[in-house]
Design a protein around this ligand. Structure first.
Ligand code: ACD
Length: 136
């Protein structure tokens, strides 16, 4: 259950194919450089039945407040406004982002364990994998 990992902080340790993933979303060069350069810290917390997933970095801070299965408005780090739904499947947060202006659908899975959060994201046929490691 993902709730076993509430309040833990995980920092980006490795990133694979993230530049290609951002290109597929149409993210411009300058934002891609920032996205590739930063090592965000993620933390999941929960208040009653609402989760908060925060990602902090020197470039952007993103705070997602959601109830499982309930669609919400989200602004992505590259400034697109999308409709997002996050469901909880065991240790995994499964997010689907729909971008009404491009019609693109992005899927992001975040799997929490004691040691790490494995983030696998895909759009079109491009997949990126980012591993966040627990902070001491
Ligand atoms: C992460 C990256 C999550 C990215 C997933 C979807 C957003 C789409 C495109 C990213 C565009 C720009 C990337 C800029 C910064 C990335 C990290 C900022 C997080 C605070 O959460 O690992």
């Amino acid at each position: 259950m993902v709730d076993a990992h509430l309040g833990k902080k995980y920092k980006l340790a490795s990133s694979e194919n993230f530049d290609e993933f951002m290109k597929a979303l149409g993210v411009g060069l300058v934002t891609r450089k920032m996205g590739n350069a930063v090592s965000p810290v993620v933390e999941l917390t929960k208040n009653d039945d609402e989760y908060t997933l925060s990602s902090s970095s020197t470039f952007k801070n993103v705070v997602l407040k959601f109830k499982p299965g309930v669609e919400f408005d989200q602004e992505t780090p590259d400034g697109r406004k999308v409709k997002a739904t996050i469901t909880v499947d065991g240790n995994t947060l499964h997010e689907v982002q729909k971008d009404p202006s491009s019609g693109k659908e992005t899927v992001i899975d975040r799997t929490f364990t004691d040691d790490e959060v494995k983030m696998v994201m895909s759009v079109d046929n491009i997949t990126a994998t980012r591993i966040y490691k627990i902070q001491a």
